[in-house]
Design a protein around this ligand. Structure first.
Ligand code: SME
Length: 149
């Protein structure tokens, strides 16, 4: 067997920091738009999403059951969530009273298993268009491939 190809540093995404993979992704995503007022990563552990690194106001939702809130719905339905106005979602879990829109993008491994999610809150209604979704999905895909074991 040929030796396993080492990951060349040139192949790594610009945002990636090997000692803080999740934190470096959060920092990078938070810098993508001034409309991203809260950015965090939830890690899926069993039937719960546990809050990892985040930037923004502290959230009381540090452990969310799968199926609850916008975050838990993303996992239960195996689908990203783009909520233009959080007041329209009955199951929304408020992190900040100022939040108007929210984007949740799932992080998956190469087999498609859900590892966690990138969650973004904005004070601006409808802050997440196709361009923002694409940017965040790219980071989620890269992070899924570089996910710490
Ligand atoms: N709004 C989320 C909870 C997480 S906070 O926004 C940080 C939800 O409804 O699941």
């Amino acid at each position: 067997m040929p030796p396993k190809k080492k990951i060349d540093s040139q192949d790594l995404p610009v945002w990636f920091h090997p000692t803080a993979p999740l934190g470096s992704a959060v920092r990078y995503v938070a810098g993508l738009s001034a409309k991203f007022n809260w950015v965090g990563i939830y890690v899926l552990r069993g039937k719960f999403l546990e809050l990892g690194p985040y930037l923004g106001a502290p959230s009381e939702h540090t452990r969310i059951p799968v199926g609850t809130g916008v975050c838990g719905t993303a996992v239960a339905e195996n689908a990203d969530q783009n909520v233009a106005d959080v007041r329209e979602r009955e199951n929304y879990l408020a992190c900040s009273l100022e939040t108007r829109s929210e984007l949740v993008v799932l992080i998956r491994d190469r087999q498609g298993e859900i590892l966690g999610q990138i969650d973004i809150d904005s004070h601006t209604p409808g802050a997440f268009g196709p361009a923002e979704e694409e940017q965040v999905r790219k980071v989620a895909q890269e992070l899924g491939e570089l996910w710490p074991a």
